[in-house]
Design a protein. Sequence first.
Lengths: 302, 250, 346
Amino acid sequence: MTSLFRPYYIIQESEMAQPLDYNRRSRLKHVDQVFRSEIINIIPLTDMEKLFQLRILDGAERERFSFLPGQFVMVEVPGYGEIPISISSSPSHKGYIELCIRRAGVVTGILHKTRRGAVVGLRGPFGTHFPIERMRGNHILLIAGGLGLAPLRAPILNVIENRTDFHDVHILYGTRQPDMLLFNYQYEEWNRISDINLKVIVEQGDESWTGPVGLITDLLKKIRLEPLETYAIICGPPVMFKFVCAHLQREGIPMDRMFVSLERRMHCGMGKCCRCNIGSTYTCLSGPVFDYWTVMNLKEAI
Amino acid sequence: MKYLGIEPKRPKVGVFDFTGCEGCELQLANKEETVPAFLQAIEVVDFREISSTSSDDYEVALIEGAITRDDEIRRLKEIRKHAKLLVALGSCACFGGVNRLKNGYDLDAVNQEVYGTEPKETLPTQAVKEVVSVDLEIPGCPVDKAEVERIVQHLIWDVPYQFPAYPVCFECKQRYTTCVFELGQLCLGPIARGGCHAPCPAGGSGCWGCRGPAADPNLEEFLQIAKDRGFKKREIKERLSFYGGFEDMP
Amino acid sequence: MLFKVLGKKEFTTFIELLLNDTEVIAPKQVGVDTSGKPLHQYLPVQAFTEIDLSYETTEYSAKTYFLPFRENLSTCSFLDMVWDRQIKYRVQPRAIIGLHACDINALLKLDKVLAGDRFPSPYYISRRKNTFIVGIDHDPCEGGFCQAVGADVVTHGFDLYLTDLEDRYFVAINSERGFNVLQRVKTREPTARDNNDYLDVRRRIAGQFKPLEVHNLPNLMDIEFESKVWKKWADKCLSCGSCAMVCPTCYCYGIEERVSMDNAESAKVKQLYSCQFLDFAMVAGGHNFRPDRETRLKYRYYHQHRGFVEAYEEPLCVGCYRCGRVCLAGINPTDIIGDLQTEYQE
């Protein structure tokens, strides 16, 4: 007697045979497959943060990989685990991506110990992005606090590369102390070459610090805004973007013209593990980039 | 790991027994399929169960058993001086274990009950952490070799080891066990630390809490539940004190 | 939908046909509780006599056959400086007999999350498509409120669905696979009497549910966000995760890396987790987004009765009441929803 049920082999589905592409999120694919990627450079930024340049090994995969500013990847270090990291490089850069990683847990700890040439896995890109297209023809406020400059750097570079599309561009950055400033070797370039108003502030100065001391909102007060022709991107800890957004709102910028990036624990990046839920919204699918109205409307977000 | 350009450490390990049944030490030699790899990964310099060599040159000291005599206190303090990392292995080392039960009685009476007319020197039972500082605790009666392996791998490669925060119930459910409360038995599962894969309830007897309390246990509610289900106060207290892990709790 | 009528004797033949051919999972009595009530579980069976289709409910849902508690997602082999990764999916066919409407509705909800249009999961789809499902109608179980959440009736998501008409089964056929398998045994077309009897049984079942007020629950959840109700129940919560384990729709998980002792390979293991655990939303560095029981308990209900509704126009909960039954502390959805509904009426 022939058997009653023919086994269904999912790997024979035509879509499973197609090259892996996480931008096609509705397609069936090996969701736990990774892009094997080589660490081509490690650039120390501070005691706690390093910038990793990663190149996808397979040429065709590398060519196909594309992302938008604000999106993140899952970095997998086999044997150690997987973590979500925002991409810090420009989306127009095809050769490699840059990830700014703070030493905080097991996986980031081991990444800080590893060396150039090591191969790790990448999945992604995942999540929503900053709507740079929609911001064209407007004034742009790019505001970061602390490690927030890591996710903000992608839109910064994107805006710089298309500088003529925008009116005034302000970058405001604040950290607790001067030795915590990220990417300080690039400020000069952003400020001078790209005609951008860059202001940096710290909460506590030291002997060498000659810049302003205070909170990020102090920098904001000095900027004259045209609220209805301005877009703002704010990256940083919740307590910081809450104050910044409240200030901008008082200045008259509509809530749907302000964008923030949230972070949560994540295990999948694909709306399955529920670890990143804010209330019941998935940070990985509906975020990490949210407009401020959505954040206000989400319980538990701030 | 090697692919990351990180070379393994091969820690020198000493295993030392105090008052206990040596069951945890036996566990170290258990799980035959991985014993060679296990012994490859570490360098055992002192371990009475499997080798006759003895040395003071170790980085990691695994301590088995509770502390019940003066000479044990001196020996333990000496080991602490040599060891960079001191690990309490098993419920006796972590909480005092079954040995701790005697602390509820008059010491002389206990001595006489066991040794009759030839009493032995004995002190109230202490956990290792009550005598010296402990860097890592691996509770269990006996310890789970797989957990010991993961901790060793953690020491060698920095691979993650997460001490389970969840209670035994979680793993009990994951193996489809019928709740022993449903069968009329007492069980510490809701408040005891998981990670053991819940063998006791699966075998038909409730949990005795050999791994101590779970992270943030709701003891108050647990006591209420046990009472509502008709368990006597004495019975509950006996269960909680069996391995000594719940002693610090109100 | 096609319907057939299957005699009880032919039904035995039909089950034996399945048993001879494939792995069969069915409700099986595993013991009795302290009050003498039989306890059932969905377990692999070898003989028709092991199956008890008159079961009231099971302690565990059948979720584990689609979303196992532990699952190896991939294996990575280390070869000195390089590594390679392998992924395997489960393909062995399997039949599950005797699922109730709530559990089939639960699968339909899981389908939305796991086989829908946002990163469909091959692990789940492979198991789902390789599972032959025979459902069965039953009188409401104690505590069950499936009717209130619209999960007491099921129109798809199964291969065959049985309604017991005492001396025969009324069979709904929902797949070609089901149709073909049923061809192997003797069946007949339903008569007017069969149809009548079937509709009578359905009416009898539908009339027995106790009402539960779930009107406007999503908005109520928001209004009651700071309600004392959450603290009242959370004070009892043991954070043991049992509710999520027995739930037919809870799907959240954690990932663990397991490196072999000889360091030759590493497995990426998925383990179903519970949002009630202390470390559920803890991030590297130690910050915990949900440090207290009250918040955690609240968000379990939030996800089921508000968030899921927002995304899919229906609650995630199917009203099977397994969480209420398993909870030693007596926390249950009926009382919590009841408390939320009445807080402003007092």
